[in-house]
Design a protein around this ligand. Structure first.
Ligand code: NAD
Length: 287
């Protein structure tokens, strides 16, 4: 069994990007829009800002109050769409309830949509055209490639069909780069245990702590654990610990490769966002 070390791969990619950015005449510029004061969103945006500085990007957080109207947010997006100095921007989700998230996503110029959530980027990804790919599935693809994991012709079960993880992941794995035979499982899937037990590769992205157990995993399978759930623990100082969607201790011994939580998929997500921003600064997708 080999542990897929997301921290190591992320550090390697980060160093490559630092070197690349140092050679660029114009520094990539990423802006994050943060609406309201959601604690988790503050943390995520803080990490992104720090990573931008470490890689050598220009970056900025545009903080808007929780009372910002949908129209005001759409106007702000329009302003960023038209600002030539800004190569890419993201709107940190979730947004306050009075704002329609889909409307906001669709207002972003696809050329600056480094989160890869705009239907134009999603559509291009689905038909195999160059596009900004959602950061988490993109990071998983990079992990599979980094470890030279054989995917061609393999049976892959993706658990979860969200727009940001499960759905794009299943599309990417079925595409010609990976050539998997993909099954998408979701909350209405029946006999999930049997479905998973036939899989060579399992991507667990359902957001249910330690859901995937050893009896669901074929010996020698590759297990990618996307889930992050905070659960109570009497073994940590702060009384909490992070666990994935996979019961790691019992599943890991059966696997050929597995991602731990934390330190597997997580560190790659932010790296993929940074890569997308470099691509935007270089006009690599929309020439
Ligand atoms: P989501 O809630 O949007 O989607 C969950 C999906 O799982 C749904 O499609 C649902 O149909 C499916 N599902 C729910 N219960 C199920 C069940 N019992 N059996 C089968 N399928 C079931 O979640 P998401 O945004 O895709 O995130 C999933 C998990 O990944 C969460 O824990 C989230 O925190 C984590 N996540 C991690 C990263 C990272 O960088 N590591 C990034 C994004 C999300």
């Amino acid at each position: 069994m080999q542990i897929i070390d997301g921290k190591h791969v992320a550090a390697t990619f980060k160093m490559q990007m630092q070197q690349e950015v140092a050679q660029m005449s114009v520094k990539p510029c990423l802006v994050a829009i943060l609406v309201g004061n959601d604690g988790a969103s503050e943390t995520y945006v803080g990490h992104k800002e720090k990573m931008c500085a470490e890689i050598g990007f220009e970056s900025r957080v545009d903080r808007l109050s929780a009372q910002t109207t949908e129209t005001e947010l759409l106007d702000h997006i329009k302003m960023l769409n038209n600002d030539e100095r800004v190569h890419g921007f993201i709107v940190q989700m979730p947004l306050p309830n009075h704002i329609d998230e889909q409307k906001v996503i669709e207002a972003i110029d696809p050329r600056k949509d480094v989160d890869g959530f705009h239907p134009v980027n999603v559509g291009r990804m689905v038909i195999g055209l160059p596009s900004y790919v959602s950061a988490t599935p993109k990071g998983i693809c990079d992990l599979l490639k980094f470890y030279n994991i054989e995917t061609s012709g393999k049976n892959c079960v993706v658990i979860g069909r969200s727009n940001i993880v499960g759905r794009p992941m299943s599309n990417l794995l079925s595409d010609k780069e990976f050539n998997c035979t993909v099954t998408v499982a979701h909350s209405r899937t029946q006999n999930l245990k049997e479905v998973c037990a036939g899989a060579d590769i399992i991507v667990a992205a359902l957001g249910k702590a330690e859901f995937v157990t050893a009896d669901m995993v074929k010996p020698g399978a590759v297990v990618i654990d996307v889930g992050i759930t905070r659960i109570k623990s009497d073994k940590t100082k702060n009384g909490w610990k992070l666990v994935g969607d996979v019961k790691y201790d019992e599943v890991a011994p059966k696997c050929s490769f597995i991602t731990p939580v934390p330190g597997g998929v997580g560190p790659m997500t932010i790296i993929s966002l940074m890569r997308n921003t470099i691509m935007a600064a270089n006009n690599e997708i929309y020439k």
